[in-house]
Design a protein around this ligand. Structure first.
Ligand code: FAD
Length: 106
């Protein structure tokens, strides 16, 4: 099985990439589906206490689904919350597109 670190790295990679590809002008049904996706993801994420924390986070601060930018910034903040909890450095959310959408410039 994947250990917690590998699982986390892969999961964040997938989530940030999904957020980066989310439309600028999503339809109502895309918005509903994206919201459902994060709710379901947080229930089935295969690390019990990680999933519980993420579910609590989503209840207090639900994913904004109005456009890719709101969604990717929200996800960046959510990831930073976990970074802080684990004593990892916070990521600069102004660099999220560079990291997950466009590729680093250098
Ligand atoms: P990761 O945190 O996995 O990040 C991968 C890459 O994403 C980084 O190298 C960086 O380039 C980029 N990145 C970092 N921060 C951001 C950001 N804010 N926005 C955008 N990109 C960023 N582990 C636990 O031990 N306890 C937990 O409670 C826990 N909860 C988790 C909850 C969720 C929903 C997920 C997906 C994972 C969770 N994890 C948890 C795993 C943990 O977050 C890390 O994935 C794992 O520790 C590996 O860390 P890493 O240092 O390799 O980088």
């Amino acid at each position: 099985p994947l250990d917690k670190e590998e699982l986390g790295r892969s999961a964040w990679g997938l989530l940030h990439t999904i957020a980066a590809k989310y439309p600028d002008k999503p339809t109502r049904s895309e918005q509903r589906d994206m919201s459902a996706f994060f709710h379901l993801f947080s229930k089935f994420y295969p690390c019990d206490y990680c999933a519980e924390d993420f579910q609590r986070h989503i209840q207090v601060d639900p994913p904004p689904t109005s456009c890719y930018e709101e969604l990717s910034q929200w996800l960046c903040r959510a990831h930073n919350k976990v970074n802080v909890k684990l004593g990892k450095p916070e990521f600069d959310c102004s660099k999220v597109d560079e990291r997950w959408r466009d590729g680093w410039k250098d």
